[in-house]
Design a protein around this ligand. Structure first.
Ligand code: MEV
Length: 425
């Protein structure tokens, strides 16, 4: 063991100011002046604000924001800000949207804005009895929940319903209460978690059980965003392309190995908008994948069919717990601008827009995969990354990227050699 190895036991790190934290990390990791200066540059997120968003803040991680053009949603043109580090994601949405713009774009809807909070009860001797005891208290539960958040109630939200499930588990029988709460324009995690914590001791008291977890469920299946769109045969390149895309969908529908990648593509679009608007990407991702497995077998989040006219019809239905109020959405300057660009005034409108983006992304991925393959589109931007990694600057980047693509060898060793040749003239 290296006795001189620096220690990660740094007492009071959270009480340091940002400069002290950076100095402390610099000492630990032997960061030079340039590294430290980089951490100090927090871009468009003020350090004072970031320091309140998370613990032990030392710097920011900038992700490019691109705009997806051509989107028409429910008859309205929208520009979509997308935060992603992955090349081709923004272009994919632009392309899919261009190919359905003239035929009307996307139609969206939403099942509601209700979230579920779960209260776990263990050590219940008579679970069926307990279940009914809890259901009998619905009015009291409603009052207690609504008293937690009078502002939400004033805005038309609040407690909506109660479900009680008896669950057989490896650890014995449990009684699980679901509080169903309309959280309106909030993502709602704070609202429903507060309610669950308030109600849990009462439930334990009524049933003589022991309350344990009190937390929202990310399987937000009462907050489903829906989008559908028809791509005309003539706009997508004919029946052969359509049928190859359908075969791609049938593959994803039947096979979890393929479905995971198919859905990853959908989430490329969805998470990029969720991120750009300061919402919780992990919440949406967890909900999406759990929903994709709701039948007991993980499958595609989208469905694809052929219309009576022979056109390609895509649909998506996906849990979408995003909000406009609370958290980073209201505080992060970039998120605020992203919401202005989107022009959405409600969480529902945001959720519906995001579902449309997911469907657009899926269309383009399937089309590329079922025709030319994904690498052709990917390589142009990837070649620029490789060119930069090889040391190209300014105009060299595009020039070198073009050479790499033309050679069909987008590799760093080739890039380094070609850069030398380029510089030698
Ligand atoms: C890459 O990030 C996403 C894709 O793999 C999605 C798909 O395979 O459908 C292209």
């Amino acid at each position: 063991m290296d006795t001189h190895a620096p220690s990660s036991r740094i007492g009071g790190f959270h009480k340091f100011d940002v400069a002290q934290r950076i100095a402390s990390v610099a000492q630990f990791a032997r960061l030079d002046e340039a590294d430290q200066a980089l951490l100090q540059n927090t871009g468009n997120l003020p350090a004072e604000l970031a320091d309140h968003l998370i613990e032990n803040f030392i710097g920011t991680m900038n992700i490019p924001v691109g705009i997806a053009t051509n989107m028409k949603i429910d008859g309205q043109d929208r520009l979509i800000p997308m935060a992603t580090e992955e090349s081709s994601v923004v272009a994919a949405v632009c392309n899919a949207a261009r190919q359905c713009y003239d035929s009307g774009g996307f139609t969206t809807s939403m099942s509601g804005t209700e979230m579920i909070a779960q209260i776990q009860l263990t050590h219940v001797t008579d679970p069926q009895h307990a279940r009914l005891q809890i259901l009998e208290k619905k009015d009291t539960i409603r009052e207690l929940c609504n008293a937690c958040d009078p502002i939400l109630v004033k805005l038309g939200g609040g407690f909506r319903d109660l479900e009680v499930r008896v669950l057989e588990t490896r650890g014995g029988t449990m009684v699980v209460t679901h509080l169903i709460v309309d959280t309106r324009d909030a993502m709602g995690a704070n609202a429903v978690n507060t309610m669950a914590e308030r109600i849990a001791p009462r439930i334990a008291e009524w049933t003589q059980g022991k309350s344990n977890l009190r937390i929202l469920s990310n399987l937000a299946d009462r907050r489903l965003a829906r989008a559908r769109c028809t791509w005309r045969l003539a706009d997508i390149g004919g029946a052969e392309v359509r049928d190859a895309m359908l075969a791609a969908y049938h593959f994803a529908e039947a096979d979890p190995y393929r479905a995971a990648t198919h859905n990853k593509g959908i989430m490329n679009g969805i998470s990029a908008v969720v991120m750009a608007t300061g919402n919780d990407t992990r919440a949406v991702e967890a909900g999406a994948h759990a929903y994709a497995a709701r039948s007991g077998r993980y499958s595609s989040l989208s469905t694809w069919e052929v219309t009576a006219q022979g056109d390609l019809a895509g649909s998506i239905e996906i849990p979408m717990a995003v909000g406009l109020v609370g958290g980073a959405t209201k505080l992060h300057p970039s998120a605020k601008v992203a919401l202005k660009v989107l022009g959405v005034n409600t969480a529902e409108a945001l959720a519906r827009t995001i579902a449309a983006v997911g469907l657009a992304q899926n269309f383009s991925a399937m089309k590329a995969l079922a025709t030319t393959g994904i690498q052709k589109g990917h390589m142009a931007l990837h070649a620029q990354n490789i060119a930069m990694m090889a040391g190209a600057v300014g105009e060299e980047i595009d020039a070198l990227a073009r050479i790499l693509v033309a050679q069909g060898a987008v590799r760093q060793d080739v890039a380094e050699a070609e850069l030398q040749k380029l510089r030698a003239g």
